[in-house]
Design a protein around this ligand. Structure first.
Ligand SMILES: Cc1ncc(C[n+]2csc(CCOP(=O)(O)OP(=O)(O)O)c2C)c(N)n1
Ligand SMILES: [Mg+2]
Length: 413
């Protein structure tokens, strides 16, 4: 899966998407990499050099038949696995409801985690509650793990009177201090250097706090990514830096974001242990993240992870992916569906069954509907009410600058 597809119409070769609309997408069926291919180095003595194979290979735990094996198997108990499955199902059902709200004019914009549910959920579950989460818009699921109230999340997406940021952010650009979930910024990539900086501060203070951050394949082409890696390499703070390679940055394919073989490999040049992991394998994600946390907490510095996955849905509610990729491309992704894979694993191990699964889906659906109605009581995009215009001016500056004060007076609010 690491072979690059290149265009030869230029004097040099540049990456291009493997398939375009009208092509029959085919990723070769299954991953060639198998669970057990890669060892699990001792997290407390591992160097970047020890992860050369991990940066070009693929850490997997679940095989294509839902069986877990290999040194990376985290051997989680049934309760933890079922909890993970529940969070992932909640995220998918929640996303579907939010998209319906967007299509019916109740909120303005939305971004789903479709196909990538395991990432924020398994990785946040592998952390401790005091750890700091620096997400992109594709990891809202971390909030479910940290216990955020769903009504509050929907109120934010609507930007109504109960929105905790009072409509100042785009929908899905959550911020949630209580859960140590740092504000998502619209300019992509800022979170990486913020995570490194907070991790440096935690280490300096001697706190047992690790930071985790995610950015996308496209975003990793920006300077912010390299600044963060350079500081992480130099100061060795407790931080986990994930590049989520979901193949696409809106309509630009991942092959145009790096000239290297894999995204993970770039971390080795910074002397940071770097691992490529199957992003649709809940167990592998959990295990690699726990390993990285152990390193960070022991004072051994950063871990760089490429999370290898596929963005099954559109980039956002404003995007139509059929314009740039085959419609059914995601159906042949070798990593499959992360929810179906964990469910299958649980059923094979007699920890779960179809009846319980259907009952859980129904319970979550009811919970989402009830939360949606409760949130709309505080206002929706179509009919309001909205936060007052005065909130443009409040709670941002401790001392309001004169020009902002002047604008407020001009508006008369
Ligand atoms: C600095 C900056 N440039 C461009 C954009 C517009 N934009 C938003 S998301 C995005 C694509 C990001 O793709 P990727 O990093 O792969 O993340 P994904 O959406 O796939 O999770 C772009 C170009 C932006 N928000 N900020
Ligand atoms: Mg992407």
């Amino acid at each position: 899966m690491t072979e690059r597809v290149t265009a030869t119409t230029t004097p040099y070769t540049i990456g291009r998407p493997p398939f375009r609309p009208g092509d029959e997408a085919d990723f070769g069926g299954k991953f060639t990499e198998q669970p057990g291919d890669l060892n699990r180095p001792d997290p407390l003595s591992c160097s970047a050099q020890d992860t050369v194979d991990h940066a070009v290979g693929l850490v997997r735990v679940l095989d294509d038949n839902g069986i877990a094996s290999g040194e990376w198997d985290p051997k989680l108990d049934a309760q933890t696995l079922i909890q993970g499955l529940e969070y992932m199902m909640r995220l998918r059902i929640f996303d579907d409801r939010m998209i319906k709200m967007q299509r019916t004019g109740k909120l303005s914009f939305y971004m789903r985690s479709f196909g990538e549910e395991a990432i924020a959920i398994a990785q946040t579950m592998a952390l401790e509650t005091q750890d700091w989460v620096f997400p992109s818009y594709r990891q809202p699921g971390a909030q479910f793990v940290r216990g955020r109230d769903m009504v509050s999340m929907i109120c934010h997406c609507i930007g109504n009177t109960e929105d905790n940021v009072k409509g100042r952010q785009m929908p899905v650009h959550y911020t949630w201090k209580e859960g140590r979930f740092i504000s998502i910024s619209s300019p992509v990539g800022t979170q990486f250097s913020q995570a490194v900086g907070v991790a440096m501060a935690s280490a300096y203070k001697g706190d047992d706090e690790v930071c985790i951050s995610w950015l996308g394949d496209g975003t990793s082409a920006q300077g912010d990514y390299h600044y963060a890696l350079n500081f992480a390499s130099t100061f060795k703070p407790p931080v986990i830096l994930n590049v989520v390679n979901n193949q696409w940055a809106i309509s630009t394919h991942a092959n145009l974001a790096t000239g290297g073989r894999t995204f993970a490999e770039r971390g080795l040049a910074y002397d940071i242990p770097s691992i490529r992991v199957d992003g649709n394998d809940f167990l592998a994600l959990y295990s690699v993240t726990k390993w990285a946390r152990d390193r960070g907490a022991a004072g051994l510095g950063a871990t760089h992870i490429e999370v290898y996955t596929y963005r099954a849905g559109g980039h956002s509610s404003s995007d139509d992916p059929s314009a740039y990729r085959p419609k059914e491309e995601f159906k042949c992704w070798p990593g499959g569906d992360p929810i179906a894979r964990l469910k299958d694993h649980l059923i094979k191990n007699e920890m779960w069954d179809e009846e319980r699964d259907a009952a859980l889906a129904q319970k979550i659906d009811d919970e989402v509907m009830t939360s949606y109605r409760a949130a709309c009581e505080f206002g929706d995009l179509a009919s309001g009410p909205y936060p007052p215009a005065s909130t443009i001016f409040t709670e941002v500056y401790e001392t309001v600058p004169w020009h902002i004060q002047e604008q407020r007076e001009e508006l008369g609010k």
